[in-house]
Ligand binder design. Structure first.
Ligand SMILES: Nc1ncnc2c1ncn2[C@@H]1O[C@H](COP(=O)(O)OP(=O)(O)OP(=O)(O)O)[C@@H](O)[C@H]1O
Length: 265
């Protein structure tokens, strides 16, 4: 029932947030992404699926220049966010990552209080003028992260003391706190049990009213439940990209069909 409700919720007509053109990514001599073109829409959940090693995480990391931190990694081609080239010399990757937040596979709260986990980003980006402003950002972020009710009475307790599912929602709240426009999620539920997974999926569905969300997932059920668009990657190519229900019910490429029916991957 829950799944149907998520699928049936109306999808807005969307503007393009990210546009990638002829994007190649190399680790040394190895080409991990082989010249892909993609448009990622605003206020939409886009799922990246495909067999292990096909380049999903590599391409996701291109979108907030996390690959810059890997010495041997080189990105060519063009990626724009709202029409601006994110690899332009003028772009500060730290500012870019405030706009394009990221949530990782394993929940990774800072070894700080719940409050300070959320307040950290707004403090370094100067988003709050007063303590009251900061309190407000912390509360709003925890509310949007669907964890406020569980933590409001213990904001001074360590973030690392929460359950895995709570930690992941804390990390999502932390990513939201810098007022990003896009959230990138790299297998955000892989360390969570089914109940925590359902809570995070519910949250992802809510987040798309305000954000563009891109999620890497190994679970085709999850892609079907939470995304409106799906991109299927295979050996560094973007083989097929389209509405999730079409990819899952009527794939055009035989490689997509083999993957979704469990014959490759
Ligand atoms: N830091 C790195 N240094 C060198 N090669 C890398 C690095 N990260 C990824 N690769 C290589 O790039 C290719 C794509 O890897 P990537 O992690 O993007 O795939 P993936 O589809 O996300 O895989 P998985 O589903 O297993 O997480 C693989 O061949 C991988 O070995």
């Amino acid at each position: 029932m829950n799944d149907m409700r998520i699928l049936e919720r109306d999808v807005d007509t969307n503007t393009i947030k990210f546009a990638g053109r002829d994007v190649h990514v190399y680790y040394g001599e190895t080409e991990a992404i082989k010249g892909i073109d993609v448009d990622i829409e605003d206020k939409t959940v886009t799922a990246f699926i495909g067999p292990s090693g096909c380049g999903k995480s590599t391409f996701l990391r291109c979108l907030n220049r996390m690959n810059d931190t890997i010495d041997v990694c080189r990105v060519t081609g063009k990626i724009t966010l709202d029409g601006e080239d994110i690899y332009d010399r003028k772009v500060d990757p730290v500012q870019l990552r405030a706009k394009v937040g990221m949530v990782f596979q394993k929940p990774n709260p800072f070894p700080k209080s719940i409050y300070d986990n959320i307040a950290y980003g707004p403090r370094i980006h100067g988003l709050a003028k007063t303590k009251a402003d900061l309190d407000d950002i912390v509360e709003q972020s925890l509310r949007r992260g669907a964890i406020w009710d569980e933590v409001k009475d213990r904001l001074d307790a360590p973030g690392t003391g929460l359950s895995g599912g709570q930690q992941q929602r804390l990390c999502i709240a932390r990513a939201i706190a810098t007022a990003p426009e896009v959230l990138l999620m790299d297998e955000p539920c892989s360390a969570l049990d089914p109940i925590a997974t359902a809570q995070v999926e519910e949250l992802i569905d809510e987040l798309r009213t305000n954000y563009s969300v891109v999620i890497v997932t190994h679970s085709m059920q999850q892609a079907a439940r939470v995304s409106q668009k799906t991109a299927f990657f295979h050996l560094g190519d973007l083989v097929e990209f389209g509405p999730t229900n079409e990819i899952f019910t009527n794939p055009k490429d035989p490689r997509t069909e083999s993957y979704i029916t469990g014959r490759i991957g």
